[in-house]
Structure formats: C-alpha cells, structure tokens
Design a protein around this ligand. Structure first.
Ligand SMILES: Cc1ncc(COP(=O)(O)O)c(C=O)c1O
Length: 379
C-alpha cells in the first residue's frame, strides 16, 4: 500500500520505522557490550510486526504484560515468554493451557499466598510452571525486599508442589522520577544489586536460580555494569516518548510514534487551536507534569514532524485537544494561525499509553503511509 498522509482519517497513530530501528539498534549495542541478553517488553507496541524488528531473525525471548499478549505472540511463533505481572489465581488454568500448547511461559509472583495456591494447582493438575520471584528494588510498587526470608520460604513452598523457582526479576520503576542521568545510573546499580543479592540468597539455599532479570528503559540504557544479571526487559525504548526525552534518555527526534490530527476550530481570544485528538487519541498520561518541562498532553509538530513554535496540547477532552503556546497563561499567548483542516502531529508523553488508544500503526516512509500494523488490546 502507499497513501498520502492527507488521505488518512484523523486522529491516527503514525510510526516511523527508521527511528524505531535506530532505537532498537542503540539498545542492542549497549546491552551486547554489557554481555546480557535482551528480553524486550513488547507491551509498548503489542504488535508482531514491530516485535519482529527487535530480533535478527524475527524471533526471540520477550516479556508481556497480559496473558492475552502471551497468547498472541505465542500464536505468532514466539515461545519464550515472561509474563511480567504477578499471576492471579483465576489465570492459572490459562497459563497451564499455554504451557501445554508449547509456550515456555514464565510466571511472576511475590506472595506466599499465590505460591501456596500455585503449588496446590500444580499438584492437583500434575502441571509444572516456571516461576520467577519478583524483587522490590526501589519501593515502586510490588516485590519482596532482596534479603527477605520469604524469598526462600516461597521457593520451598513452590518446590513442594513440584515447581522449581527459575530465578528473580525486578523493575526499577522509580528511575522515571530521576532528576539527572547520574540518578538513573544509581537506580541501575540499585536494580542490579537487588536481584543479584536475592538470587544469591536462593542459591545459598539450594535453588539454582539461573535467571536474573532487570529492566526499565532508563536503567537499561545507563547501566554501566550488569555483572550477575542475565537479561534486560526494556520496553518503551522501541518508540521512546516525551517522558524519556525529559529524562535525557533520548532526543525528541528519536520518538518514533506520533498522533496525526486535524485542526477543527479556534478560540482566537484565548490563543487556542482546537484539534480532533483528545484523550481518546493521546491518552490521559501526564507523565511530564513533574518534569522540568511540562509538555501538557503532547508536543505539537507540523505534518513533517517538526515541533511548532512551542505549541503543546494544554487540554484534552474525549475527542477535543486544546493546542496553545506553552506560556498560555500570559497575555501574548497567541500561537500561529493554523487554518481549519491543517494536519498536525502530536508527540506522546508516554508511548505505551498513547499507542494503546489505537487499533494499529500507520507506518510511514517519508510522507507516505506504506503499511498498517495492527496491535492487540485486552487482557
Ligand atoms: C515488569 C516490567 N518490566 C519491564 C518494563 C519495561 O520498562 P520500560 O518501558 O521503562 O522499558 C516494565 C514497564 O512498566 C515492567 O512493568
């Protein structure tokens, strides 16, 4: 297919594959130098076409955020899958079904209760599981403290059900709050140390724990030494976004996805331009709100992708976006006049969230849309 941008209904999600490939190459080169495997988190794209570009021969180990994703990628031939969210007991049967179908599915848990229920399920159904224990490296959300005695206790509970713990995993979510790249490096070291200590505790207690898994995009790209770590699960690097640019992890020109929108009206006295991309197209994500530069709901670019005169989306209703100068509070707030019908592109705060609002990617080759890559949603 080959269509001009002007023939695409707005709002629409655009993808620049050249930028994506460069982002992937950067991550691969960095991790190869550190001697660790990449197990990319494919929840960012939820697309088999984008995911194939992560690997030399189109296939490799992946991380997913839902069992729906696990099934989708398994059906497309990717078998080594880490489901990165603690398993809910009502999903044991679905996980077992995927394993029986041939998936090398790895489950995550951090709760003694879940471990007891899973061990019980494994015994009752004569079904083994590969399990990683989640470690808390920064107080971000879930996981066990790296030296918690519960780690070995849970591993023993699982072993009694015939499940051998495969290792440990953690996610340095707090690295998103870093104030400098030095902060990110500190988070990267903290992330590594947490899992290395936890894995050693398991080994001292007689569990092999071959997998030691870390990953967030900031820590993956700023890590300087991953001794003891076996794999990195970065995700958002594939597209990058304004949050990552605000952290100094990438440049705005590395961002591979944007939302194509049309001007639908004006409020001249307020300096507003109204577009047909509201939060349904952009998401409600305000990840840059706490950063040094608040990008509202996204940076506004011309149709070629060039940022326009300090314009951002200052407000988002369901299907209306309000575009204004960043300094919209001042008297001289008026931006350039963009006639009704003008196509614009909005760079996202959070690529995973914005992409999740769309059914697929309009893939660009210069100004032409040359392909459409569907994505999946749901759980
Ligand atoms: C468990 C887990 N691993 C890896 C990642 C990837 O992090 P990022 O998107 O910063 O690369 C995430 C992101 O939320 C995650 O939740």
């Amino acid at each position: 297919m080959s269509a001009s941008l002007s023939s695409i209904d707005t709002p629409a999600l655009l993808l620049e594959p050249g930028r994506m490939d460069a982002n992937i190459a950067r991550m691969r080169t960095h991790l190869a130098a550190l001697g660790v495997q990449m197990r990319p988190h494919v929840k960012t794209s939820k697309s088999i076409d984008a995911t194939r570009r992560l690997f030399d021969n189109g296939t490799g180990s992946i991380t997913v955020s839902t069992l729906r994703e696990a099934r989708y990628f398994f059906e497309h031939g990717l078998t080594d899958i880490l489901y990165g969210v603690a398993i809910a007991p009502n999903r044991f049967a679905q996980a077992a079904e995927l394993i029986r179908a041939g998936a090398r599915l790895k489950l995550v848990l951090d709760s003694a209760e879940t471990a007891a229920l899973l061990a019980d399920y494994a015994r009752t159904h004569a079904q083994s599981f590969d399990v990683l224990l989640e470690i808390d490296c920064d107080g971000h959300r879930s996981g066990l403290p790296p030296t918690s005695p519960l780690i070995v206790e849970i591993a023993r509970t699982l072993r009694a059900g015939g499940i051998d713990v495969q290792g440990v995993m953690t996610h340095a979510g707090n690295s998103y709050d870093s104030r400098s790249t030095d902060d990110i490096l500190r988070y990267a070291r903290q992330e590594r140390d947490a899992v290395v200590v936890a894995a050693q505790g398991l080994r001292d207690a007689g569990f092999a724990a071959p997998i030691v898994s870390v990953g967030s995009t900031p820590t993956a790209l700023f890590a300087d030494d991953l001794t003891g770590v076996t794999e990195v699960r970065a995700g958002v690097f594939v597209f990058f976004d304004l949050v990552m640019a605000g952290l100094g992890v990438c440049r705005q020109t590395d961002i591979a996805v944007s939302v194509l929108t049309s001007v639908i009206g004006h409020q001249p006295e307020k300096g507003w331009t109204i577009v047909d991309a509201g939060w349904m197209a952009l998401s409600r994500d305000r990840g840059t709100a706490a950063q040094a530069v608040d990008q509202g709901y996204g940076v506004v670019c011309d149709v070629d992708g060039k940022p326009l005169d300090d314009l951002i989306v200052i407000g988002a209703n369901q299907e209306h976006g309000i575009v204004a100068r960043r300094d919209h509070a001042t008297q001289h707030a008026h931006g350039p006049h963009l006639p009704v019908g003008t196509p614009l592109r909005i760079l996202p705060n959070h690529a995973c969230a914005t992409s999740a609002q769309h059914a697929g990617y309009h893939v660009l080759d210069g100004q032409r849309v040359t392909d459409y890559w569907p994505r999946i949603s749901g759980w």
